[in-house]
Design a protein around this ligand. Structure first.
Ligand code: SAH
Length: 375
């Protein structure tokens, strides 16, 4: 018999084809899809509205092995980092980030990353492989299972955030990897997550962040322009961007910004620009002057990310002090740019932006996370 099918990676239409090839009626696809994607089951035994015989037959033909949760780290600020293991032993990370009124999950799209940004920890891993659609969506289901368990244990909502939502409200592809380098699987995952028979996550609640791979941006615009788009800009000149992000040599600022000006953005939506602030490198008055010109004509919001130090091999990269960050933000606000400063979350457990990297052995196995006792 052929190898079991990874049905978690199938869209509802593809599952329909799979089910009809087994000679089953179409409604079975919706039933099975709901078990896998709405309820997050990990074996056919749990699909109690299917006959025992059918469950046994399916068990032979499908692979529903979930990502293994290797470790959960809990930050004193309520952030949770999940270390997850794929069937082939590769490890990825995903982060749950609560605020008083939102619960955002940051998900990974690849094991490692090929883009080599100088300020990012994941870059040091290199690229190992793409995640499948099933591995992408299962990050959400494992996080939901964690939330269920935490609610049961009374540790959710976290002590630091008593009004934090119980359900995940937003998904951001800001974990490990470059989503536009694995766009087919990312788009399939978005489609799967969006089904109302499944997780029912509308595209509007999902954001894809990219270093600026122009063909990927164009494909996203054609295939699903309702997904939020975030661009890792990080510099206002090609010189500086070339130095920080090798991808800029292939897709320099003029090409990137031209693609964004053409982007079929739905009305009332904005493109998010992420900008890692590096002291003396990209936070100068000249940058504050060039940035509004670069964004001119694009419905934009700017998210400043003070650098989270994570690259001992790049000693020239430094986090600006808070006054410098505020000064830069104010200069942009004065020019009419909608500017926020992203508060680093989960710093005490290496869960903040750019800090996701395979720890070998996992950090949790070596020492308890700081702050674990507070949640
Ligand atoms: N590869 C995609 C998805 C990662 S998103 C992208 O680059 O957009 C993660 C965000 O955190 C990106 O904007 C990334 O540039 C930023 N980041 C990476 N390293 C960082 C660091 N050390 N401090 C702050 N932000 C960082």
């Amino acid at each position: 018999m052929s190898a079991p099918t990874d049905i978690r990676s199938l869209t509802l239409a593809q599952l329909g084809d799979f089910v009809s090839a087994l000679g089953l009626p179409a409604f079975r696809a919706r039933q099975i899809f709901a078990w896998v994607h709405a309820r997050g089951v990990t074996s056919t035994d749990e699909m109690t509205d299917l006959s025992k015989a059918l469950r046994a037959e399916l068990a032979e033909r499908i692979d529903l092995a979930p990502l293994a949760v290797d470790a959960v780290q809990r930050s004193s600020d309520g952030t949770r980092k999940l270390a997850l293991r794929c069937h082939d032993g590769q490890r990825i990370e995903s982060v749950l980030i609560p605020t008083a009124d939102r619960l955002t999950q940051c998900i990974s799209s690849q094991v490692g990353c090929a883009l080599g940004c100088r300020f990012c920890a994941t870059a040091t891993m290199g690229i190992r492989r793409n995640l499948t659609p099933g591995e992408i969506v299962d990050q959400v289901y494992r996080a939901r299972a964690l939330l269920d368990a935490e609610r049961e244990a009374g540790t959710w909502p976290p002590a630091a955030l008593p009004t934090a939502p119980h359900e995940i409200s937003n998904l951001v592809f800001m974990g490990m990897g470059e989503p536009m380098a694995n766009l087919d699987n990312v788009l399939a995952a978005v489609e799967i997550l969006g089904e109302d028979h499944g997780a029912n996550f509308s595209s509007r609640r999902i954001t894809v962040s990219t270093v600026g791979l122009v063909p990927g941006i164009e494909t996203l615009g054609q295939k699903n322009r309702h997904v939020g788009l975030a661009i890792s800009l990080h510099a206002t000149s090609d010189d500086v961007r070339d130095d920080l992000m090798p991808v800029n040599k292939r897709w320099p600022l003029d090409k990137l910004m031209a693609a964004l000006r053409r982007y079929p953005l739905p009305r009332r939506r904005r493109i998010t620009f992420e900008y890692v602030l590096l002291a003396g490198i990209n936070d100068t008055p000249a940058d504050a002057k060039r940035l509004p010109k670069l964004l001119d004509g694009i419905p934009a919001k700017l998210n400043l990310l003070p650098y989270n130090p994570c690259r001992a091999d790049q000693p020239d990269l430094l986090r600006p002090d808070d006054a410098a960050v505020e000064g830069f933000a104010e200069a942009l606000r004065r020019k009419g740019i909608n500017t926020t400063v992203r508060k680093s979350r989960g710093l005490d457990i290496d869960a903040a932006c750019g800090q996701l990297v395979l720890q070998n052995p996992p950090r949790a196995a070596r020492a308890p996370a700081q702050g674990a006792a507070s949640s």
